[in-house]
Design a protein around this ligand. Structure first.
Ligand code: FAD
Ligand code: NAI
Length: 465
């Protein structure tokens, strides 16, 4: 077969690129080595983790909060098998949805491992059988895999990655999480809510350390409410599977007494690495740099008809970033002049309350020497938050000291994940804190906290604080 565009990998980068290519009139194929489409995000990432987060939130609400609302029920129990089954049903509905979209857009789905024969020929291998296609352009969207500790491989039984943590057959008694980043805090909170003792060992001095430090500090308080033990600033020195037990040794990185932890599972969530195994990049002369495929500002590799997007290239490893890049490349191939604003890709952690952020952090502004001002507003001063008893958290606005342009929006609190879209809109249109302060926000809503934080950033004039 001969195609205009062939996409390798069907995650959010790949399938979105394929749809946009088809919309633009290209004869398009997508190659996927697994049986289902959707990549990490739909199969073992965004969607299943959010399904379990949601189920565990329902449980803790039933267990701890219904009573205060005047709802009396017998003590709820967790049926982990049913929780995991529901998660599986959610995943199936989503991945089937992608298969439908491929059909609808007349995209050929080719199942098997795709590898370059040359820059216009791709070999597809499935169950020992090979076929080849030719193509004018290629978009590589092969994603990423979990990073193991250098001294303790994933055994997938006791020393596990997020993939196994989404499929456990029993509720762990003690889950030791290595890495207090996004996966560690999301999946750590799933199990903490349903009765697992969770201990987090994080190398740096704060949780979710790539985000504004205020958010990590607030998240620490929330983790404590879930009775998580936190060992921040600790370097893990050994992890050992001892059959039904796993031991983790760690020491404070600035000196002090080492700790030895014993648990039944150890989730290693220390980041992900780009995945290019079996792709045959050597056949077209592409060398990876720190695992990533090098691309120019137009996401083109050094080979003129080959592009790469998503987790396999530089930048945030996020589904929506991969999607934007998929659209960008498709439109570039069609001769359009698309645009991705990498500075305004929001980051969200789906704990409860949620954490969401866009733009510069205060630490980045300090380091750059830019003059800025800060306004913040706590959820506990918000009528809406009190009505629903979701009073943990705050909104923090960073604005340019001279021009008042909003430079960063950082939220930890109920519904932050959805609220951040308004922040992205404001920043895309280069709003000032004063602009947002003067916009009418419906009452009572959580978004009022953003308005109040903007009022706090401009001449310190919040109304409700
Ligand atoms: P992937 O989704 O990794 O897809 C790559 C695909 O390529 C895979 O299906 C793979 O099988 C296929 N492939 C690889 N090599 C070949 C080959 N040679 N031939 C054929 N097929 C091949 N991001 C968010 O934005 N929000 C979230 O809430 C979120 N939650 C997450 C939760 C977890 C537990 C994890 C692990 C990740 C989460 N992410 C989240 C990150 C998100 O999943 C990734 O950023 C996103 O999936 C990257 O998309 P991609 O298209 O680049 O690659
Ligand atoms: P991460 O980069 O978010 O967090 C890794 C954490 O591990 C960091 O805090 C780091 O300091 C720490 N760490 C690294 N090495 C360590 C060591 N040896 N000992 C102790 N701590 C160590 O990576 P994570 O959580 O594995 O997630 C991978 C990717 O998946 C992220 O880039 C993220 O973007 C994406 N993801 C996104 C989600 C979302 O958008 N809600 C949810 C889950 C994952």
């Amino acid at each position: 077969m001969q195609y205009n565009v062939t996409v390798i990998g069907s995650g959010p980068g790949g399938y979105v690129a394929a749809i946009r290519c088809a919309q633009l009139g290209f004869k398009t194929a997508i190659i996927e080595k697994y049986d289902t489409l959707g990549g990490t995000c739909l199969n073992v990432g965004c969607i299943p983790s959010k399904a379990l987060l949601d189920s565990s939130e329902h449980f803790i609400n039933a267990q701890e909060h219904f009573k205060e609302h005047g709802i009396e029920i017998p003590a709820p129990k967790v049926n982990l098998g049913q929780m995991i089954k529901r998660k599986g049903d959610v995943v199936k509905a989503n991945v089937d949805g992608i298969a439908f979209l491929m059909k609808k857009n007349k995209i050929d789905v080719l199942k098997g491992v795709g590898s370059f024969v040359d820059k216009n020929t791709i070999k597809i291998t499935k169950d020992g059988k090979e076929s080849t296609i030719t193509t004018e352009k290629v978009i590589i969207a092969t994603g990423s895999k979990p990073t193991p500790l250098p001294f303790a491989a994933f055994d997938k039984k006791r020393i596990i990655s997020s993939t196994e943590a989404l499929e456990l057959k029993e509720i762990p008694k003690h889950l030791i999480v290595i890495g207090g980043g996004v996966i560690g805090m999301e999946l750590g909170s799933v199990y903490a809510r349903i009765g697992t003792k969770v201990t987090v060992v994080e190398f740096l001095d704060n949780l979710i350390p790539t985000m504004d430090a205020t958010l990590g500090k607030e998240l620490q308080k929330i983790a404590k409410k879930l009775k998580m033990d936190l060992f921040l600033g600790h370097k893990v020195t050994a992890v050992e599977n001892k059959g039904s037990e796993v031991t983790v040794k760690a020491e404070p990185k600035n000196g002090g007494a080492p700790v030895e932890l014993k648990g039944d599972y150890c989730l290693v969530s220390i980041g992900r690495k780009p995945y290019t195994d079996g792709l045959g990049l050597d056949k077209i002369g592409i060398e990876t740099v720190k695992g990533q495929i090098p691309v120019d500002d137009h996401l083109k590799t050094k080979v003129d008809n080959v592009y790469a997007i998503g987790d396999v290239v530089r930048g945030a490893m996020l589904a929506h970033k991969a999607e934007e890049e998929g659209v960008y490349v498709a439109e570039t191939l069609a001769g359009q002049k698309p645009h991705v604003n990498y500075h305004l890709i929001p980051g969200v952690v789906y704990t409860w309350p949620e954490v969401a952020s866009v733009g510069y952090t205060e630490e980045q502004l300090k380091e750059s020497g830019k003059a800025y001002k800060v306004g913040s507003f706590p959820y506990k001063a918000l009528g809406r938050a009190r009505a629903s008893m979701d009073t943990d958290g705050l909104v923090k606005i960073l604005a340019d000291k001279q021009t008042d342009e909003i430079l960063g929006i950082h939220i930890i609190g109920a519904r932050a994940a959805d609220m951040i879209a308004a922040g992205v809109t404001a920043m895309e249109f280069r709003a000032s804190a004063e602009d947002v302060s003067r916009m009418s926000h419906a009452h009572p809503t959580y978004m009022e906290a953003v308005k109040e934080a903007c009022l706090a950033a401009t001449e310190n004039r919040p109304i409700h604080m």
